[in-house]
Design a protein around this ligand. Sequence first.
Ligand code: SAH
Length: 237
Amino acid sequence: MIWILDFAFWIFYCYFYKKNKPLTLKDTAKHQGLRNQLVSTLQQKGITDLAVLDAIKKIPRHLFLESGFQDFAYQDKAFPISAGQTISQPYTVAFQTQLLEIKKDHKVLEIGTGSGYQTAVLCLMGAKVYSVERQSELFKKTSAFLPKLGIRPKHLTFGDGYKGLPTYGPFDSIIVTAGAPYIPQPLMAQLKIGGRLVIPLGEEVQIMTLLIRKNETQFEKHELGEFRFVPLLEDKN
Ligand code: SAH
């Protein structure tokens, strides 16, 4: 009987210890090796922007995941994060970022901060990043986490990305990291002339859509294949 109790206590202890284990920001040579492999995979899949690949090579993606998924962090896959959301697949992050044609000091608006991984990629590329997240849990967690890695976006906000950030615009580029049923008009209005807006459009499956602003009223539209995202939801939570 005592043996059974001991065993039960041990299982309980392991479960809670693992769950509440303090975050250690350990990044090893093994992680670096796995990141190099991930970068080769992305190159094979057609990513050519060296600044994007360099950022992915440097960012410890395993630290952006819940502990149960850390061992798989360098697979080219999306994983669950808090609040029923996901960290995007590295290929998707690279594909969207490449479309933005980031230059140093570009002002970039990101809709859907989530884990902050995409935010980190943009920051490492020298962009001034403004990011909006509608889940308060994720907003708080990511705002506290990024500075621990030395990553400092210009501005993180808890709010509804459908509205953009009118007080901080216009932006050189805008990236939406959730599937939108339509292009929110405020985002188009907050794009500089010559600026690029990348947004996955659709309900079940999304078409990656690139809008380039030609002048006050005209936008050039490019459709660039199917992707799957969590939905862009109205309001905030
Ligand atoms: N870039 C993130 C992707 C997270 S998934 C990463 O790599 O981790 C998409 C995120 O968009 C989720 O965190 C979700 O909460 C957020 N989101 C959904 N609708 C939103 C809205 N209207 N405004 C801001 N963020 C939104």
